[in-house]
Design a protein around this ligand. Structure first.
Ligand code: C5P
Length: 232
């Protein structure tokens, strides 16, 4: 095989909110020394930037313009990735349930998804990429070497979100979190463009009863079996 035949290994991790994609993707990217694409952050940032620039959530062309011109940076400070939008630290602001809700509304608009496509594909760089989202395996990286669809019951996902928020010192109500998760699942799976669903060639892993290290081990084993992570 010549150098020009070398392809960048890509692992896609799709699934509903709260299934553990973010945590697992971050741990695997760190372990493998690969790049990380948190595609949900781009939708969250688009919705946040729209608010900042008074673009309403049903102005598809306006939102696509915001998405195409996002001025973002992800510097690492004290071991944690920061999210800067136009120089402002929005790391916490884009993680609220309300920001997720607004993100899922802008994410249902085809022009917004189109505007973010190239930016996402640009993350495919040596030595490898872990891509976290809803349509990584189906739309953005259809040729990925390993596609995983992570799920967990809605109740377990609500419990995890609740624990995360409590840890961050944010007050949250478990039953309203469950309702929000179910509403977001419905919107993500029923939209006409890039709906949340496993790629035909994805492996589905239900994490309801699995710990984070167990999931990381399972994915590492699958990567090794495909010859994608010899050093992992
Ligand atoms: O993963 P996260 O919760 O940050 O994503 C926020 C929202 O962005 C999701 O509910 C979904 O509607 C949207 N999204 C998407 N496609 C992706 C990633 C996120 O539609 N690849």
């Amino acid at each position: 095989m010549s150098a020009s035949d070398t392809v960048t290994p890509v692992l896609t991790i799709d699934g509903p909110g709260g299934a553990g994609k973010g945590t697992i993707s971050g741990l695997l990217a760190e372990r493998l020394g690969w790049h990380l694409l948190d595609s949900g952050a781009l939708y969250r940032l688009t919705a946040y930037a729209a608010g900042k620039h008074d673009v309403v959530l049903d102005d598809e062309a306006g939102l696509a313009h915001v998405a195409a011109n996002l001025d973002v940076a992800f510097p690492v400070a004290d071991g944690a990735v920061q999210t800067l939008l136009e120089g402002e630290d929005v790391s916490r602001a884009i993680r609220t349930e309300q920001a997720g809700e607004r993100a899922s509304k802008v994410a249902a608009l085809p022009a917004v998804r189109d505007a973010l496509l190239k930016r996402q594909r640009d993350f495919e760089q040596s030595p490898g990429l872990v891509a976290d989202g809803r349509d990584m395996g189906t739309v953005v990286f259809p040729g990925a070497g390993l596609k995983v669809f992570l799920t967990a019951s809605a109740e377990e996902r609500a419990r995890r979100r609740h624990a995360q928020l409590q840890q961050a010192g944010v007050d949250a109500n478990l039953s309203s979190l469950l309702k929000e998760i179910q509403a977001r699942d419905a919107r993500d799976t029923q939209r006409s463009v890039a709906p949340l669903k496993p790629a035909d060639d994805a492996i589905t892993l239900d994490t309801t009863r699995l710990s984070i290290p167990e999931v990381v081990e399972q994915l590492t084993e699958w990567l090794s079996l495909r010859g994608m992570a010899s050093g992992a």
